[in-house]
Design a protein around this ligand. Structure first.
Ligand code: FAD
Length: 305
């Protein structure tokens, strides 16, 4: 385990960070600046997303391999089933293993283009993430995690269906899940309760909350639209007030509220016994490290990032 947030009279809480494969050389340089800053804070692990439809396949594998070899971080590679045959998926897992990666987040992925559009299985591929979990487990000594959805997955007809399939992925051998970002802690707590009620054994596996420090209201709205998640009215009111009435949102004011919100969310999650905190940092270190500092993690003040 990496660095932990020490809270008075409570158990320490580790944190982790999610990166995205960079698009170009400038973005890659920025990623590495963030990586080096986070490295000093000793996260429990860092994860690297997999572009829609496998579009970032080579970059995800190459950079996750570099993280494994050239840093002290423990990388978790995301893998999605979209647009891949089973043999391509097996080859991808093999490529990860060759890079020294043994931790995989097994996902179904969304259709390329419109994430809410129709899901079409590759003719020789897998239908659900649960099959990918089994496949990766069968291929070797991998530690596998999966996605979970505090507000329910947008394709699930109801929360019971959604919970049943999350429990199915955990029973198939996933060791933990990481949630989609959410803004209402009660959604997370209700998911935790549903999983424990359905299967107490699977309910003991870590349900790692995904947290995104908001730095732009416009980007948040877009993300929420693409994922089928929602913004609680009280949160929206605070962000809208900060954004102001001008033609462009007041980014500094939104950012300050975003840091407050992520800190408050994290504090409540810690108080409610969340096993750790997973930050979607969008390859920037500043906002996440500000939240960590406010939570009491003794980190160096990053420069740039
Ligand atoms: P599944 O678990 O397969 O579920 C998909 C839908 O099918 C759900 O509605 C579920 O209820 C239903 N379902 C599952 N099993 C069955 C069954 N047996 N019968 C009937 N219905 C079933 N996307 C990327 O492209 N790249 C990434 O790197 C990436 N990283 C992510 C990280 C996290 C932490 C999260 C939360 C999401 C991430 N995503 C990523 C998005 C994810 O791929 C999408 O949300 C996708 O729509 C669902 O993936 P899943 O693995 O949960 O799918």
């Amino acid at each position: 385990p990496g660095a932990v947030i020490h809270r008075p009279n409570s158990d320490p809480v580790p944190f982790s960070v999610e990166f995205m494969p960079p698009r170009d050389a400038a973005a890659e340089a920025r990623l590495w600046r963030a990586v080096r800053i986070f490295e000093r804070m000793r996260p429990a692990f860092v994860s690297m997303t997999y572009g829609a439809g496998g579009s970032t396949r080579e970059r995800t594998a190459r950079i996750t391999g570099q993280l494994a070899r050239e840093t002290t971080l423990l990388p978790v590679a995301h893998l999605t089933a979209v647009s891949h045959s089973v043999s391509e998926l097996r080859a991808m897992v093999g490529a990860y293993a060759d890079e020294g990666i043994t931790n995989i987040l097994a996902l179904r992925g969304d259709p390329p283009g419109d994430p809410l559009g129709e899901w079409i299985k590759h003719p020789d591929g897998v239908e659900y993430a649960e099959e990918l979990v089994r496949m990766v487990r069968d291929l070797g000594d991998f530690h596998v995690g999966v996605a979970s959805f505090p507000e329910g997955h947008h394709r699930a007809p109801d929360l019971d269906h959604d919970t049943r399939h999350l429990v199915g992925k955990l029973r198939a051998g996933a060791e933990y899940s990481i949630t989609q970002m959410f803004l209402d802690v009660d959604d997370y707590l209700r998911l935790r309760d549903r999983v424990s009620a359905m299967d107490p054994e699977q309910g003991r596996k870590p349900l790692i909350p995904g947290i995104m420090p908001i730095t732009s209201l416009k980007s948040l709205r877009r993300m929420v639209e693409l994922s089928g998640a929602s913004i609680p009215p009280a949160v929206e009111a605070r962000l809208t007030a900060a954004a102001g009435d001008g033609p462009e949102e007041d980014r500094e004011a939104v950012r300050a509220v975003g840091i407050d919100l992520a800190t408050e969310l994290s504090e409540r999650l810690i108080a409610e016994g969340a096993p750790s905190l997973h930050f979607c940092c969008l390859n920037f270190a500043r906002a996440t490290s500000e939240v960590l500092t406010r939570l009491g993690l003794d980190v160096l003040t990053p420069v740039g990032g």
